[in-house]
Ligand binder design. Sequence first.
Ligand code: F6R
Length: 612
Amino acid sequence: MCGIIGYAGKTEAVNVLLDGLERLEYRGYDSAGVAVVSPEGKLQVKKSKGRLAVLRDLLQESDSLVGSIGIGHTRWATHGEPNDKNAHPHVGQDGKIAVVHNGIIENYLEIKNYLIRKGVTFQSDTDTEVIVQLMEYYYKKYSNLMDAVYAVLNRIKGAYAMGILCSDYPEQMLAARKDAPLLIGYGEKENFIASDVTALLSHTRTVTYMEDDEVALITADSVQIYDSDRSPVEKEKHIIAWDVSAAEKGGYAHFMLKEIMEQPEAVRKTVSPRITDGKIVFEELKEAVELLQNITRIYIVACGSAYHVGMVGKYTLEKLLHIPVEACLASEFRYSEPILGESALVIVISQSGETLDSMAALREAKKKGSKVLSIVNVMGSSIARESDYVLYTWAGPEIAVATTKAYTTQMVLLIMLGVYFAKQLSRISEEEYDKIMVGLDSLPEKIKDVLKNIDNYQKTASRYFNHSSVFYIGRNVDYALGLEGSLKLKEISYIHSESYAAGELKHGTISLIEPGTLVVALATYAPLLEKTLSNVVEVKSRGAEVILMATEETAKTISSQSSELFVIPETHPVLQPVLGVIPLQLFAYYVALNRGCDIDKPRNLAKSVTVE
Ligand code: F6R
């Protein structure tokens, strides 16, 4: 979704802003812009529809923007089509104040009508413009920028992260946040704001996360943060462990491929710090063990791929813990009156830690008395901060819109959590526990083995990339994997795809199978192998072409079922889906590559979905 960068320092702001915007490109956007204030107090703005290259050209054609204080934005349209006038920054009609904004102002129409009655002329169709026009209106009234900012914040409803410049204050940048991420970066005689830490990594790794209702006043030499009563607040500074190379392509054609290849290391970093003397130890959960005794059900709540991890978790945790586990779509959860309270544990899974639906589900769960444990990749993100317990996936920054290494590490961590809880509750035998530990230990190496077959996935993809419809079928955890394989394919290659529990196909969807339809049949879940194979026979007899995925052992006996085989190494059954997803990621990647798609930034998609 939209990205914000802001700079107050000693060098030319426009270069820092463009660099920051480039690093935010991965979030998905349709227009971009910058505003810089010169030392003499001239507010200069350039913005345009399209990719950053268009903005760069525009900046080259015109006089350069002079000044060492500025704000920049990449916009993902919500209110108003993507065009030049709707791009940020927006400027008030007196040309004094410029604002960049992420989020949605819910009462913008009411404010817009009020301002129109006061004689304000609007330039854009956006909700954001009401912020800046209202700010100028109050600025005229109070002759003080901070007074105007607080007056606006008291009047607007909705979510916002914003950066503000005013030509009368050429050394200051202001920032405010509510329900949308915003952080401050500290440098040497320079300070920054950003909606995402990756925009700052090339300048600083020392940051503070702004909380809801806080306002920051930033200059090159100082940062002061105020709460909603305008009292100064002291904030903790955090050092980000990620380095800038982690957010660069490092020779790969796409971030997605790089991130797929990073999975052995990401899994190792996620698993190994949590193993001591052959046992899983979650330092983060020391105080949660007591709580476990009273838990009678678990909800795993997430969106998209993270929800698919939750589906794997449902099957796995239920088997390990013998208590009901439900995987819920976060966008449905809070409107479905789930049975919450002290006896329910809610596990929220989110790479970004900022997904609005997941955040809302978390708040609902806490309000109704349930404890929330989150599995999050981005340190200090909103979901991490508001949860009772947090387990971080140490996947490093994930830049490709389609998740891969975050998905895999989320799954590993969720399975480890299930095993850990099962041990605490004495619901797993020593023997079984030890076998899983052996499996965990060798998991990174086995992922490497799957990746060695990359040529096979590439070849298969080049045979099938022209298909217009692809079905994924599987049972139990294979069904959950199919959902993820299908999502990966459709989001980056734009091929229509469906995923079904293999046994469900006969109840309607099999009518869509015709000669030449491609079916990816997942048969890694050994207890239901025979049943899945009968479903394969059913689709083949209707003319489908089948890619079959199986483990090394079963592949020996079932290779006659299909000429296209994806074979993965054996591991402990609870860990098998971690290996199973990798061929599906690579297949989707190479299909999209063959189709010439914009793999890292698929159309209409955003990396972090901060609107409902
Ligand atoms: C798909 C994908 C999305 C995310 C979903 C949740 O490849 O990346 O489906 O999984 O938007 O995002 P997070 O995990 O940031 O909450």
